[in-house]
Design a binder for this molecule. Structure first.
Ligand code: 8ID
Ligand code: ZN
Ligand code: ZN
Length: 348
């Protein structure tokens, strides 16, 4: 039976600490499902929501979280293609209108009516969460729910970003922020796609993790005298064909145009507060540099990213802690001390 109350982590005010408390279990609308969330990954976006540092209003009070993996326990009367007992995931895009031009073109994350999990609607840091049936990720039954949770944002986002970089097997990609959540998954997807990986991040723990995950080279932004020269050298001199900017700080966004290969592509993914991308117009023109943004992925990207995981290509490191420990994870993340991903277990 579905309980009427549940445990959740609730943010009451901008910049505050999350409160572990009992709240009502929500009821699904006609086109929604109710999911018993088992595990949820903790994304740096959740920390941006707490800090309120983006130019986009956060719902308050808020239950954060958008990498929630669980089991469907109830569904609205219009839902026919998701069954009770199915394994599904709450991702950043909780729902979209499905009828505007962007939705029709399958650019659902660009929908003006998009509902964002753990930001404009309550997310997965609770035991029971709501998702629009059309948008919940379909998780194959053989996938471990804790291990698959980070695929719902980190995996999906970097998979789509790698696709939109246009990088082909055998080419070089630089991953800035490679030791963090998105970065760890990006290394694995890039290797599965046959790319050479130059990982950029800071500190020995991140170096070890990146190399273990398959990065060919690690460049340490904290100790390197010249990151641009090191990255160029690691890609055979001409610079990487693609750059994925995943860091939650501005510096890599100011630097990438100095080392990307001519005709190469810089993909902006990280969302540091109040930051700008920088590139000299002259080089952008005469070296034909492409600079683009990439924002999560659509339902097909989700299915493809999950399939890479199901095939066993993606084994990034994650640490499981209880939902009660969420504030501690935020504190570590704020200090840049998270290597890989933290996943919270909603039963603890
Ligand atoms: O759809 C999207 N575009 C999307 C989806 C999901 C997340 C965007 N994001 C955004 C988040 O909101 C956040 O701004 O991507 C950013 C990274 O999210 P994350 O991977 O969850 O964060 P993390 O685990 O804290 O990792 C960030 C890494 O960046 C490194 C840190 O050391 C850390 O390992 N980093 C920093 I901060 N400054 C760096 C620098 N100067 C750096 N790495 C290299 N050079
Ligand atoms: Zn995220
Ligand atoms: Zn729409």
């Amino acid at each position: 039976a579905i309980p009427t109350e549940q445990w959740a982590q609730v943010l009451e005010e901008k910049g505050g600490k999350v409160q572990y408390k009992k709240i009502p279990v929500p009821k699904p609308g006609p086109d929604e499902v109710l999911i018993n969330i088992k595990y949820s990954g903790v994304c740096h976006t959740d920390l941006h929501a707490v800090n309120g540092d983006w130019p986009l209003d956060v719902k308050l009070p808020l239950v954060g979280g958008h990498e929630g993996a669980g089991v469907v326990v109830a569904r609205g009367e219009l839902v026919h293609d998701v069954e009770i007992g199915d394994h599904v995931g709450i991702k950043w895009l909780n729902g979209s209108c499905m009828s505007c031009e962007q939705c029709r073109q399958s650019n659902e994350s660009l929908c003006a009516e998009a509902a964002l999990s753990g930001y404009t609607v309550d997310g997965s840091f609770q035991q029971y969460a709501i998702g629009k049936a059309a948008h919940v990720a379909r998780i194959p039954k053989e996938c471990d729910l804790a291990a698959v949770a980070p695929i719902l944002c980190a995996g999906l986002t970097v998979y789509k970003a790698l696709k939109s970089s246009g990088a082909r097997p055998g080419q070089y990609v630089t991953i800035a922020g490679a030791g963090g959540g998105l970065g760890s998954y990006a290394i694995q997807y890039a290797k599965a796609m046959g790319l050479h990986v130059i990982a950029l991040d800071g500190g020995d723990e991140k170096r070890e993790s990146c190399l273990k995950l398959g990065a060919d080279t690690f460049v340490d932004f904290k100790t390197s005298k010249d990151t641009v020269a090191e990255i160029r050298a690691a890609s055979g001199g001409a610079g990487p064909d693609a750059v994925l900017l995943l860091a939650a700080s501005e510096k890599p966004f100011q630097e990438a145009s100095q080392y990307v290969k001519s005709k190469g592509t810089i993909v902006c993914v990280g969302l540091p507060a109040n930051a700008f991308v920088k590139a000299p117009v002259f080089d952008t023109v005469v070296r034909e540099i492409n600079i683009k943004g990439s924002y999560v992925g659509n339902r097909q990207d989700t299915a493809e990213a999950l399939d890479f995981f199901r095939q066993g290509f993606i084994k990034a490191p994650y640490k499981i802690v209880g939902l009660t420990e969420l504030q501690k994870v935020y504190d570590l993340m704020q200090e840049g001390k998270v290597t890989g991903r933290y996943v919270v277990d909603t039963s603890k």
